[in-house]
Ligand binder design. Sequence first.
Ligand code: PRE
Length: 293
Amino acid sequence: MNFMTSAANPESDPLNLDNIRRTLVRLEDTIIFSLIERAQFAHNPRMYTPSGFADVLHNQGDGFEGSWLDWLLRETETSHAKIRRYDSPDEHPFTPSHLLPTPILPPLDYPPLLYPNTINVNPTILAFYINSVVPTITKIVTEKLGKENDDGNYGSAGTRDIECLQAISRRIHCGMFVSESKFLSAPHDFVPHILTPNPSALEALITKPAVEAALLLRLEKKARWYGSELGPDGEVVRDESKSKVDVQEVVRLYREYIIPLTKDVEVEYLLHRLDGLSQEEVTKLATPPSASA
Ligand SMILES: O=C(O)C(=O)C[C@]1(C(=O)O)C=C[C@@H](O)C=C1
């Protein structure tokens, strides 16, 4: 996402809802391609259990306790933290922040777009990814391997896991930008439900069924195209069993996890949108434009 604004050019406004939705659409491509990449390898459940690589990780000598994926995440995020990835308002690490180093580069001057918050739903993302996404998208390979669910590709599968997780995390945390944009367009609609607080009413305000329905249709088409095998002359092989990714699993991932969690992030963000504001500031936000004119 481009965070540098220009008043003269709405195309560059990071809080313009159309721009944010364009980012979400682009992230669909990133997520589908990352899943296709991961789906080349077997499930390898050993990568996700705390004791799966205890012997190897113990030899690293830094007292690390956790799974192969936890360790790969920490190692990757350590270098990414040094190059200030997590200073960016749309990036959130999976490794607890206190275990990561500070950037070696001076901070960038990001405009203050989001209201200060501590939202990070990565533990939830990691859980559904490990328990529900990996076992299903790797079925294609597991079946090819004759029911073997371990192919020994722990490095390749692990780096693909990280790419999937980072893309899904960026997508879901974009919900905060969506929320800020919706809030700023009509704060008086939100303020009473934030003050109550009434999460269901806030969810109803941010929910756009037509946008969700269009997304799921588009996603199915994209997953079908991107996962297609092409024949020698570039023609699409219309054989579902040759798809590089299970199309319905991609749709299910969005329907059951990504969209609902994006909405949770939007609501959670709104619930804290008035924290620390004075009574006067809240009253101003609660007043519809016509009443204040
Ligand atoms: O586009 C929006 O308005 C969003 O809030 C994002 C999103 C989504 O996750 O794709 C979530 C809730 C809406 O019902 C529609 C779509």
